[in-house]
Ligand binder design. Structure first.
Ligand SMILES: NC(=O)c1ccc[n+]([C@@H]2O[C@H](COP(=O)([O-])OP(=O)(O)OC[C@H]3O[C@@H](n4cnc5c(N)ncnc54)[C@H](OP(=O)(O)O)[C@@H]3O)[C@@H](O)[C@H]2O)c1
Length: 359
Protein backbone atom coordinates (compact mmCIF):
# COMPACT_ATOMS: atom_id res chain seq x y z
CA UNK A 1 0.00 0.00 0.00
CA UNK A 2 1.21 3.55 -0.77
CA UNK A 3 2.36 5.71 2.15
CA UNK A 4 -0.33 8.05 3.46
CA UNK A 5 0.21 11.47 5.02
CA UNK A 6 -1.42 13.31 7.94
CA UNK A 7 -2.56 16.72 6.76
CA UNK A 8 -3.55 20.01 8.39
CA UNK A 9 -5.83 22.48 6.61
CA UNK A 10 -5.08 26.04 7.74
CA UNK A 11 -7.92 28.37 6.75
CA UNK A 12 -10.28 25.39 6.75
CA UNK A 13 -13.40 27.50 7.30
CA UNK A 14 -12.88 29.72 4.21
CA UNK A 15 -13.98 29.24 0.61
CA UNK A 16 -10.77 27.50 -0.45
CA UNK A 17 -10.47 25.69 2.90
CA UNK A 18 -13.95 24.22 2.44
CA UNK A 19 -12.81 22.90 -0.95
CA UNK A 20 -9.83 21.23 0.74
CA UNK A 21 -12.11 19.69 3.36
CA UNK A 22 -14.35 18.33 0.58
CA UNK A 23 -11.56 17.20 -1.78
CA UNK A 24 -9.66 15.34 0.95
CA UNK A 25 -12.70 13.25 1.94
CA UNK A 26 -11.45 9.73 1.12
CA UNK A 27 -8.29 10.98 -0.64
CA UNK A 28 -6.02 7.97 -1.29
CA UNK A 29 -2.84 9.62 0.10
CA UNK A 30 -3.85 12.46 2.41
CA UNK A 31 -5.83 12.22 5.67
CA UNK A 32 -6.89 15.52 7.26
CA UNK A 33 -6.15 15.33 11.00
CA UNK A 34 -6.19 19.06 11.85
CA UNK A 35 -8.53 21.85 10.76
CA UNK A 36 -7.39 25.35 11.75
CA UNK A 37 -8.62 28.92 11.25
CA UNK A 38 -8.63 32.22 13.15
CA UNK A 39 -9.19 32.69 16.88
CA UNK A 40 -12.83 33.49 15.95
CA UNK A 41 -13.43 29.86 14.95
CA UNK A 42 -11.01 28.15 17.33
CA UNK A 43 -12.49 25.73 19.84
CA UNK A 44 -15.72 25.21 17.87
CA UNK A 45 -16.63 21.96 16.14
CA UNK A 46 -16.05 22.47 12.40
CA UNK A 47 -19.78 22.28 11.56
CA UNK A 48 -20.44 25.18 13.95
CA UNK A 49 -17.48 27.22 12.68
CA UNK A 50 -18.85 27.07 9.09
CA UNK A 51 -22.50 27.42 10.09
CA UNK A 52 -24.15 29.89 7.69
CA UNK A 53 -21.09 30.05 5.40
CA UNK A 54 -20.75 26.50 4.03
CA UNK A 55 -20.58 27.20 0.28
CA UNK A 56 -19.97 23.75 -1.25
CA UNK A 57 -22.69 21.89 -3.19
CA UNK A 58 -21.97 18.70 -1.21
CA UNK A 59 -22.70 18.63 2.54
CA UNK A 60 -19.86 18.87 5.09
CA UNK A 61 -18.04 15.50 4.94
CA UNK A 62 -18.84 13.28 7.93
CA UNK A 63 -15.17 13.08 9.01
CA UNK A 64 -14.95 16.85 9.47
CA UNK A 65 -18.25 17.73 11.17
CA UNK A 66 -17.18 17.26 14.78
CA UNK A 67 -13.45 17.96 14.39
CA UNK A 68 -12.41 20.82 16.70
CA UNK A 69 -11.07 23.89 14.90
CA UNK A 70 -7.57 24.87 16.07
CA UNK A 71 -6.19 28.40 16.24
CA UNK A 72 -3.71 28.51 13.32
CA UNK A 73 -1.42 30.97 15.11
CA UNK A 74 -1.67 30.14 18.83
CA UNK A 75 -1.76 26.34 18.27
CA UNK A 76 1.00 26.22 15.62
CA UNK A 77 3.37 24.03 17.68
CA UNK A 78 0.59 21.58 18.56
CA UNK A 79 -0.47 21.41 14.91
CA UNK A 80 3.13 20.92 13.74
CA UNK A 81 3.44 17.89 16.02
CA UNK A 82 0.35 16.24 14.51
CA UNK A 83 0.80 16.66 10.76
CA UNK A 84 3.16 15.66 7.93
CA UNK A 85 2.37 18.87 6.01
CA UNK A 86 -0.27 21.62 5.79
CA UNK A 87 -2.38 23.24 3.13
CA UNK A 88 -2.67 26.98 3.80
CA UNK A 89 -5.41 29.30 2.46
CA UNK A 90 -5.96 32.22 4.80
CA UNK A 91 -7.33 35.70 4.45
CA UNK A 92 -4.83 37.87 6.34
CA UNK A 93 -2.47 40.75 5.58
CA UNK A 94 0.45 39.70 3.36
CA UNK A 95 3.07 40.24 6.08
CA UNK A 96 1.05 38.11 8.48
CA UNK A 97 0.70 35.34 5.87
CA UNK A 98 4.42 35.42 5.11
CA UNK A 99 5.12 35.16 8.84
CA UNK A 100 2.68 32.31 9.53
CA UNK A 101 3.90 30.28 6.52
CA UNK A 102 7.55 30.71 7.50
CA UNK A 103 6.72 29.87 11.11
CA UNK A 104 5.24 26.51 10.02
CA UNK A 105 8.18 25.82 7.69
CA UNK A 106 10.58 26.55 10.57
CA UNK A 107 8.58 24.11 12.72
CA UNK A 108 9.66 21.57 10.03
CA UNK A 109 6.22 21.43 8.39
CA UNK A 110 6.06 21.63 4.59
CA UNK A 111 3.52 24.30 3.57
CA UNK A 112 1.52 23.95 0.35
CA UNK A 113 0.06 27.40 -0.07
CA UNK A 114 -2.81 29.02 -1.95
CA UNK A 115 -1.87 32.46 -0.75
CA UNK A 116 -0.12 35.06 -2.86
CA UNK A 117 2.22 36.33 -0.09
CA UNK A 118 5.22 34.16 -1.07
CA UNK A 119 4.63 33.92 -4.83
CA UNK A 120 7.35 36.48 -5.57
CA UNK A 121 9.87 35.04 -3.08
CA UNK A 122 12.71 33.90 -5.39
CA UNK A 123 13.41 30.56 -3.66
CA UNK A 124 9.73 29.63 -3.24
CA UNK A 125 8.60 27.57 -6.23
CA UNK A 126 5.28 28.62 -7.79
CA UNK A 127 4.04 25.50 -9.48
CA UNK A 128 1.49 24.49 -12.09
CA UNK A 129 2.38 20.78 -11.90
CA UNK A 130 1.96 20.12 -15.64
CA UNK A 131 4.21 23.06 -16.56
CA UNK A 132 7.10 23.62 -14.16
CA UNK A 133 7.49 20.61 -11.87
CA UNK A 134 11.26 21.06 -12.32
CA UNK A 135 11.12 24.24 -10.18
CA UNK A 136 10.74 22.04 -7.07
CA UNK A 137 14.54 21.74 -7.16
CA UNK A 138 14.80 25.28 -5.69
CA UNK A 139 13.38 23.97 -2.39
CA UNK A 140 16.86 22.83 -1.32
CA UNK A 141 18.11 26.44 -1.46
CA UNK A 142 15.04 27.64 0.44
CA UNK A 143 15.61 25.07 3.20
CA UNK A 144 19.18 26.32 3.52
CA UNK A 145 17.93 29.91 3.92
CA UNK A 146 15.31 28.89 6.48
CA UNK A 147 17.70 26.54 8.28
CA UNK A 148 15.25 23.63 8.05
CA UNK A 149 15.56 19.93 7.35
CA UNK A 150 12.08 19.17 6.00
CA UNK A 151 10.13 22.44 6.35
CA UNK A 152 9.59 24.58 3.22
CA UNK A 153 6.95 26.56 1.35
CA UNK A 154 5.65 25.74 -2.12
CA UNK A 155 2.88 27.82 -3.69
CA UNK A 156 0.46 27.57 -6.53
CA UNK A 157 -0.15 30.46 -8.88
CA UNK A 158 -3.08 32.87 -8.96
CA UNK A 159 -6.39 31.40 -10.14
CA UNK A 160 -6.87 33.85 -13.05
CA UNK A 161 -3.90 32.62 -15.06
CA UNK A 162 -4.88 28.95 -14.83
CA UNK A 163 -7.43 29.75 -17.53
CA UNK A 164 -4.83 30.82 -20.11
CA UNK A 165 -1.22 29.97 -19.13
CA UNK A 166 -1.80 26.20 -19.58
CA UNK A 167 -3.10 27.00 -23.09
CA UNK A 168 -0.19 29.31 -23.99
CA UNK A 169 2.45 26.97 -22.56
CA UNK A 170 2.33 24.23 -25.25
CA UNK A 171 2.46 27.01 -27.88
CA UNK A 172 5.81 28.39 -26.66
CA UNK A 173 7.49 26.12 -29.22
CA UNK A 174 6.21 28.60 -31.86
CA UNK A 175 7.84 31.58 -30.06
CA UNK A 176 5.06 33.57 -28.38
CA UNK A 177 5.73 37.27 -29.09
CA UNK A 178 2.94 38.74 -26.96
CA UNK A 179 -0.53 38.02 -25.63
CA UNK A 180 -3.50 40.15 -24.57
CA UNK A 181 -5.88 38.56 -22.10
CA UNK A 182 -9.19 39.59 -20.57
CA UNK A 183 -10.42 37.43 -17.71
CA UNK A 184 -14.03 37.08 -16.61
CA UNK A 185 -13.70 35.90 -13.04
CA UNK A 186 -16.17 34.11 -10.80
CA UNK A 187 -17.24 35.50 -7.42
CA UNK A 188 -15.94 32.45 -5.51
CA UNK A 189 -12.50 33.80 -6.45
CA UNK A 190 -13.21 36.59 -3.95
CA UNK A 191 -14.40 34.03 -1.39
CA UNK A 192 -18.00 35.13 -2.16
CA UNK A 193 -21.36 33.61 -3.03
CA UNK A 194 -24.41 35.38 -4.54
CA UNK A 195 -25.71 35.75 -0.96
CA UNK A 196 -22.58 37.50 0.25
CA UNK A 197 -21.97 39.53 -2.94
CA UNK A 198 -25.44 40.78 -3.98
CA UNK A 199 -23.89 43.75 -5.81
CA UNK A 200 -22.65 41.41 -8.56
CA UNK A 201 -26.16 40.37 -9.66
CA UNK A 202 -26.96 42.02 -13.03
CA UNK A 203 -23.50 43.58 -13.00
CA UNK A 204 -19.87 43.42 -14.12
CA UNK A 205 -17.19 44.99 -11.91
CA UNK A 206 -14.16 46.12 -13.95
CA UNK A 207 -11.58 45.94 -11.14
CA UNK A 208 -10.08 43.17 -9.02
CA UNK A 209 -7.34 44.57 -6.78
CA UNK A 210 -3.84 43.40 -7.77
CA UNK A 211 -5.16 40.84 -10.24
CA UNK A 212 -3.87 42.36 -13.47
CA UNK A 213 -0.33 42.62 -12.14
CA UNK A 214 -0.44 38.96 -11.00
CA UNK A 215 -1.87 37.89 -14.35
CA UNK A 216 0.97 39.57 -16.22
CA UNK A 217 3.92 38.81 -13.91
CA UNK A 218 3.26 35.33 -12.48
CA UNK A 219 3.48 33.56 -15.88
CA UNK A 220 7.06 34.85 -16.22
CA UNK A 221 8.07 33.23 -12.91
CA UNK A 222 6.39 29.98 -13.98
CA UNK A 223 8.38 30.09 -17.24
CA UNK A 224 11.57 31.12 -15.42
CA UNK A 225 14.67 29.07 -14.64
CA UNK A 226 16.62 28.20 -11.50
CA UNK A 227 19.90 30.10 -11.26
CA UNK A 228 22.04 30.21 -8.12
CA UNK A 229 19.33 28.95 -5.76
CA UNK A 230 16.62 31.31 -7.02
CA UNK A 231 14.00 31.31 -9.76
CA UNK A 232 14.84 33.98 -12.30
CA UNK A 233 11.69 34.99 -14.22
CA UNK A 234 11.62 34.61 -18.01
CA UNK A 235 12.01 37.91 -19.86
CA UNK A 236 8.97 37.31 -22.07
CA UNK A 237 6.51 37.04 -23.65
CA UNK A 238 4.83 40.31 -22.75
CA UNK A 239 1.31 39.71 -21.47
CA UNK A 240 -1.20 42.53 -21.02
CA UNK A 241 -4.38 41.82 -19.10
CA UNK A 242 -7.71 43.16 -17.88
CA UNK A 243 -9.52 41.31 -15.10
CA UNK A 244 -13.29 41.64 -14.60
CA UNK A 245 -15.53 40.22 -11.89
CA UNK A 246 -18.69 38.71 -13.44
CA UNK A 247 -21.89 37.17 -12.01
CA UNK A 248 -20.73 33.55 -12.18
CA UNK A 249 -20.44 31.34 -9.09
CA UNK A 250 -17.41 29.25 -10.17
CA UNK A 251 -15.18 29.18 -13.25
CA UNK A 252 -12.84 31.84 -14.64
CA UNK A 253 -13.07 32.48 -18.40
CA UNK A 254 -10.28 34.13 -20.41
CA UNK A 255 -10.46 35.77 -23.85
CA UNK A 256 -6.95 35.48 -25.28
CA UNK A 257 -5.20 37.10 -28.28
CA UNK A 258 -1.73 35.87 -29.18
CA UNK A 259 1.03 36.50 -31.76
CA UNK A 260 3.99 34.25 -32.58
CA UNK A 261 7.51 34.44 -34.02
CA UNK A 262 6.67 31.45 -36.27
CA UNK A 263 2.91 31.43 -36.88
CA UNK A 264 1.52 27.92 -36.48
CA UNK A 265 -1.47 26.56 -38.38
CA UNK A 266 -4.73 26.02 -36.50
CA UNK A 267 -4.04 22.28 -36.71
CA UNK A 268 -0.58 22.79 -35.15
CA UNK A 269 -2.18 24.52 -32.17
CA UNK A 270 -4.91 21.91 -31.76
CA UNK A 271 -2.32 19.13 -31.94
CA UNK A 272 -0.06 20.86 -29.39
CA UNK A 273 -3.03 21.18 -27.00
CA UNK A 274 -4.25 17.62 -27.57
CA UNK A 275 -0.78 16.12 -27.01
CA UNK A 276 0.23 18.21 -24.04
CA UNK A 277 0.78 16.23 -20.84
CA UNK A 278 3.03 16.88 -17.87
CA UNK A 279 4.46 15.13 -14.81
CA UNK A 280 1.02 14.57 -13.17
CA UNK A 281 -0.15 12.57 -16.20
CA UNK A 282 3.15 10.68 -16.48
CA UNK A 283 3.16 9.86 -12.75
CA UNK A 284 -0.58 9.04 -12.74
CA UNK A 285 -1.21 11.34 -9.74
CA UNK A 286 -4.66 10.78 -8.17
CA UNK A 287 -6.00 14.30 -8.93
CA UNK A 288 -4.45 14.63 -12.40
CA UNK A 289 -6.88 14.99 -15.29
CA UNK A 290 -6.25 12.24 -17.85
CA UNK A 291 -6.41 14.88 -20.62
CA UNK A 292 -5.15 18.26 -19.38
CA UNK A 293 -6.54 20.44 -22.21
CA UNK A 294 -10.01 19.82 -23.63
CA UNK A 295 -10.86 21.61 -26.88
CA UNK A 296 -14.53 22.24 -27.68
CA UNK A 297 -15.50 22.48 -31.37
CA UNK A 298 -18.91 24.08 -30.68
CA UNK A 299 -18.99 27.86 -31.23
CA UNK A 300 -20.68 28.51 -27.89
CA UNK A 301 -18.28 26.52 -25.68
CA UNK A 302 -16.58 26.33 -23.25
CA UNK A 303 -19.19 27.78 -20.90
CA UNK A 304 -18.52 28.24 -17.19
CA UNK A 305 -21.76 26.60 -16.10
CA UNK A 306 -21.53 23.63 -18.48
CA UNK A 307 -17.82 22.94 -18.63
CA UNK A 308 -16.05 24.04 -15.41
CA UNK A 309 -16.35 20.53 -13.93
CA UNK A 310 -14.54 18.86 -16.87
CA UNK A 311 -12.41 16.06 -15.34
CA UNK A 312 -13.59 16.95 -11.80
CA UNK A 313 -12.73 20.62 -12.36
CA UNK A 314 -9.04 19.82 -12.94
CA UNK A 315 -8.86 20.13 -16.74
CA UNK A 316 -8.45 23.38 -18.65
CA UNK A 317 -11.00 23.99 -21.43
CA UNK A 318 -10.46 25.84 -24.69
CA UNK A 319 -12.62 26.86 -27.63
CA UNK A 320 -13.23 29.33 -30.45
CA UNK A 321 -9.67 29.15 -31.80
CA UNK A 322 -9.52 31.32 -34.91
CA UNK A 323 -7.35 33.79 -36.84
CA UNK A 324 -7.35 37.42 -35.72
CA UNK A 325 -6.89 40.66 -37.65
CA UNK A 326 -4.48 42.32 -35.18
CA UNK A 327 -2.85 39.31 -33.50
CA UNK A 328 -2.23 35.92 -35.11
CA UNK A 329 -4.93 33.99 -33.22
CA UNK A 330 -7.64 34.41 -30.61
CA UNK A 331 -9.34 31.82 -28.41
CA UNK A 332 -11.27 31.28 -25.18
CA UNK A 333 -10.01 29.47 -22.08
CA UNK A 334 -11.84 28.29 -18.96
CA UNK A 335 -10.80 26.73 -15.69
CA UNK A 336 -12.50 26.06 -12.37
CA UNK A 337 -11.05 28.69 -10.05
CA UNK A 338 -11.51 26.94 -6.70
CA UNK A 339 -10.65 23.47 -8.06
CA UNK A 340 -7.81 23.65 -10.64
CA UNK A 341 -7.28 27.33 -9.69
CA UNK A 342 -7.06 26.85 -5.92
CA UNK A 343 -7.62 23.81 -3.69
CA UNK A 344 -7.51 21.18 -6.47
CA UNK A 345 -4.32 22.66 -7.91
CA UNK A 346 -2.76 22.64 -4.43
CA UNK A 347 -3.79 19.02 -3.82
CA UNK A 348 -2.21 18.10 -7.17
CA UNK A 349 0.95 19.99 -6.16
CA UNK A 350 1.02 18.09 -2.85
CA UNK A 351 0.63 14.79 -4.73
CA UNK A 352 3.58 15.80 -6.90
CA UNK A 353 5.65 16.70 -3.81
CA UNK A 354 4.75 13.35 -2.23
CA UNK A 355 5.68 11.44 -5.40
CA UNK A 356 9.03 13.27 -5.58
CA UNK A 357 9.87 12.52 -1.93
CA UNK A 358 9.56 16.06 -0.50
CA UNK A 359 7.39 15.00 2.46
N1 LIG B 1 -11.20 31.81 -3.62
C1 LIG B 1 -10.36 31.50 -4.61
O1 LIG B 1 -10.76 31.07 -5.71
C2 LIG B 1 -8.89 31.61 -4.41
C3 LIG B 1 -8.07 31.17 -5.43
C4 LIG B 1 -6.68 31.19 -5.26
C5 LIG B 1 -6.16 31.66 -4.09
N2 LIG B 1 -6.97 32.14 -3.09
C6 LIG B 1 -6.31 32.61 -1.86
O2 LIG B 1 -6.60 31.70 -0.80
C7 LIG B 1 -6.67 32.41 0.43
C8 LIG B 1 -8.00 32.16 1.09
O3 LIG B 1 -9.03 32.62 0.23
P1 LIG B 1 -10.56 32.32 0.53
O4 LIG B 1 -11.29 32.78 -0.66
O5 LIG B 1 -10.73 30.90 0.98
O6 LIG B 1 -10.80 33.31 1.79
P2 LIG B 1 -11.98 33.27 2.85
O7 LIG B 1 -13.16 32.54 2.35
O8 LIG B 1 -12.15 34.69 3.31
O9 LIG B 1 -11.35 32.40 4.07
C9 LIG B 1 -10.30 32.87 4.82
C10 LIG B 1 -9.82 31.85 5.85
O10 LIG B 1 -8.72 32.47 6.56
C11 LIG B 1 -8.95 32.32 7.95
N3 LIG B 1 -8.31 33.38 8.70
C12 LIG B 1 -8.56 34.71 8.66
N4 LIG B 1 -7.76 35.38 9.55
C13 LIG B 1 -6.98 34.41 10.14
C14 LIG B 1 -5.98 34.44 11.15
N5 LIG B 1 -5.61 35.57 11.74
N6 LIG B 1 -5.39 33.26 11.49
C15 LIG B 1 -5.76 32.11 10.91
N7 LIG B 1 -6.73 32.01 9.97
C16 LIG B 1 -7.33 33.16 9.59
C17 LIG B 1 -10.46 32.35 8.09
O11 LIG B 1 -10.84 31.84 9.35
P3 LIG B 1 -12.18 32.32 10.11
O12 LIG B 1 -13.34 31.65 9.43
O13 LIG B 1 -11.96 31.84 11.50
O14 LIG B 1 -12.24 33.81 9.98
C18 LIG B 1 -10.83 31.46 6.92
O15 LIG B 1 -10.66 30.11 7.26
C19 LIG B 1 -6.41 33.88 0.10
O16 LIG B 1 -5.03 34.17 0.30
C20 LIG B 1 -6.76 33.97 -1.37
O17 LIG B 1 -6.07 35.00 -2.01
C21 LIG B 1 -8.32 32.10 -3.21
Amino acid sequence: MEKTYKVGIVGATGMVGQRFVTLLDKHPLFTPVVLAASARSAGKPYREAVDGKWAMAAPIPAYAREMPVYDAEADAKKIAAEVDFIFCAVNMKKDAIRAIEEAYAKLEVPVVSNNSAHRATPDVPMIIPEINADHLAVIEAQKKRLGTKRGFIAVKSNCSLQSYVPLLHPLRQFGIKCAAVTTYQAISGAGKTFDTMPEIVDNVIPYIGGEEQKSEEEPLKIWGSIQGGAIVPASGPVITSQCLRVPVSDGHTAAVFVSFERTPSKEDILTAWAQFAGEPQKLGLPSAPAQFIHYFEEDDRPQAKLDRMTEHGMAVCAGRLRKDVLFDYKFIGLSHNTLRGAAGGAVLLAELLAAKGYF
